[in-house]
Design a binder for this molecule. Structure first.
Ligand code: B12
Ligand code: SF4
Length: 501
């Protein structure tokens, strides 16, 4: 706690058996891989409770605090023998492998373990092509990593380690994926043992500085998995089956969630962000929120809804959390047809507007998230998104917007079967995700990448523009009326010219 109060950052000598390292990647203002996967905290806590000394290091934070910090040299100096790197988000594949190679070059005797969604999905390809990676833990990592460390320190029978991919001579062995964290195990995991992270104060303050202002935010989900299949999502039911061998979502018990929230408060966290809503029509959260009130836990909550929230949910939400709390809803498109074809949980524009009325009535903050370039989406469908944004902008006071493109994610339904979704994939192997460039990785039968990106830029302008003849909505509307083509890149260029002058 002293560290928290004084805000000191320092890197002590770290004598530990297992070091987790997060290699960040800052791609653009809106896309960074700066967060450590939440599951790293639970694995690190799990193995350290079983007698394995463990630390977590965020390479970006260390370099921010000491520009000369060199992770490979640090490992050598501290003689650490097992290095765990998360290769969860594909965007960081390139930088993670580059750093792994440097670490191995300087520390030939250390063992490098990868884990996380992307490395789980491409485990065979990675082990075949990158000799400096020793092991990959596929899917949930708690028991497999514990068993791996035990074997490495003992008699090295790797065939006993569940979920492990490894090399025997030139052969890649994929042990059975028998470990899937269930409710019982999850209830006993801690996601909030931040003291395992070196200089955790800086990490907890990252959002204070960068994203959600004036808040110490922490991400935490009350379970794992998803029952539905959104076309673009690599956390969908079908993807979870492939990556985690998880068939259905698993939810933590209320008492375990309450314990974690109380722990958060001890670290001065005043904002909980969650993106886990597998059963939107159940009363799981309504009941949890009542218990949060009973326990007098005061927090802001940012809640990503996987469908539309019900009125009961909104009542409980607004009656439980502090005033900056926000609901994030992702209609993605203004076209009912496109939403129906792409989202696991469908709702119509009419249902959306009706619940927005209630959200406004209750004075709850709400952010709507939109995209462009979804499978089956035409330019006219994108115009419907502008119509919806325009309508909401004019009729609702508190609703905000966010816009982003949806990249091709490995193991998502569109990655697995692009032609079924009329998508032209530009990435079908691990190497394709390893390039330094990160773009959408696909285009569709109806839209080029340039058109998708321009449409998103126009949406951002629309959200902030006055309702005059130069607004993207009005320009698109007039083109529709005159039956002129909706050329998003050209319109974007014209509007930019207008802004310049
Ligand atoms: C919650 C969530 C988030 C949270 C992240 C919170 C956090 N700190 O982890 C938020 C909302 C911030 C987020 C952001 C992003 N996310 Co996200 N997210 C999810 C979501 C909904 C659930 C993930 C989760 O909670 N898993 C459960 C936790 C407990 O486990 P875990 O962290 O995965 O770790 C376990 C295993 O993966 C494994 N493991 C992980 N790392 C390692 C390392 C080692 C060495 C070992 C042994 C094991 C291991 O063991 C852990 C414990 O068992 C999934 C979709 C889904 N339904 O699963 C998408 C998902 C993971 N996200 C995704 C993406 C793309 C992103 C963004 C890049 C989006 C963007 N464009 O900005 C950013 C990246 C942010 C960053 N790194 O800074 C993709 C990943 C696809 C891919 N293969 O790359 C997914 C699958 C959704 C999708 N769109 O397809 N996300
Ligand atoms: S609801 Fe859709 S976007 Fe959310 S995790 Fe499930 S499949 Fe992914």
């Amino acid at each position: 706690m002293a560290n928290f109060i004084k805000g000191q950052y320092n890197l002590q000598n770290m004598l530990c058996d297992v070091l987790f390292i997060h290699i960040p990647r800052l791609i653009s203002k809106s896309l960074t891989i700066n967060l450590i996967p939440i599951g790293i905290f639970s694995i690190a806590d799990f193995i350290s409770n079983r007698g394995i000394s463990t630390k977590i290091l965020h390479m970006g934070i260390e370099q921010e605090l000491n520009a000369k910090f060199d992770v490979a040299g640090f490992i050598k100096e501290n003689n650490i023998s097992i290095i765990c790197l998360d290769l969860h988000w594909h965007h960081s594949a390139h930088v993670t492998l580059k750093e792994a190679e440097r670490i191995k070059g300087m520390n030939p005797d250390c063992k490098i373990v990868l884990g996380g969604n992307t490395s789980s999905f491409f485990s065979k390809e990675i082990l075949q092509e990158y000799s400096f990676i020793d092991y990959i833990v596929r899917g949930d990592g708690e028991i497999p990593l514990f068993e791996l460390v035990k074997q490495l320190k003992g008699n090295s029978d790797l065939s006993k380690v569940p979920n492990l991919s490894w090399r025997e001579g030139c052969q890649i062995i994929q042990n059975n994926q028998t470990f899937v964290a269930d409710q019982n195990l999850m209830n006993n995991l801690s996601f909030t043992n931040f003291s395992l992270l070196q200089n955790y104060e800086r990490y907890l303050n990252y959002f204070l500085d960068e994203i959600i202002h004036n808040k110490r935010v922490i991400y935490f989900n009350c379970g794992r998995g998803c029952p539905v299949n959104c076309s673009f999502c690599a956390g969908s039911n079908i993807s979870q089956k492939i990556i985690n061998n998880r068939i259905r979502p698993e939810l933590m018990s209320y008492w375990a969630v309450i314990r974690e929230l109380k722990n958060m408060k001890q670290f001065g966290i005043n904002c909980w962000y969650t993106c886990f809503d597998p059963y939107p029509h159940s009363d799981y959260y309504a009941t949890l929120f009542k218990k949060i009130r009973d326990n007098d836990i005061k927090l802001n909550l940012y809640f990503e809804c996987w469908s539309l929230p019900s009125k009961e949910f909104i009542d409980e939400f607004s009656g439980t959390f502090l005033e900056d709390s926000t609901l994030i809803i992702s209609p993605e498109t203004g076209s009912n047809k496109v939403r129906n074809k792409n989202k696991g949980y469908f709702y119509s524009n009419k249902q959306l507007l009706s619940i927005l009325n209630y959200i406004e009535e209750k004075g709850v903050n709400c952010i709507l998230s939109f995209a462009a370039g979804l499978p089956f989406e035409t330019k006219e469908d994108i115009f419907r998104t502008f119509v919806l944004i325009h309508h909401i902008k004019r009729n609702y006071k508190k609703i905000e917007f966010t816009f982003s493109s949806i990249a091709l994610e490995p193991a998502s339904p569109i990655y697995l079967k692009p032609s079924l979704f009329e998508v032209i994939s530009e990435r079908s192997s691990f190497d394709a995700f390893c390039s330094k460039d990160t773009d959408l990785g696909y285009h569709t039968d109806n839209l080029t990448k340039e058109e998708i990106n321009a449409a998103i830029e126009l949406m951002k302008i629309e959200a902030n523009s006055e309702d005059n003849m130069y607004s993207p909505f009005n320009i698109l509307k007039s083109r529709m009326v005159k039956n002129e083509p909706l050329n998003f890149p050209e319109i974007l260029q014209d509007i930019s010219k207008f802004h310049k002058h």
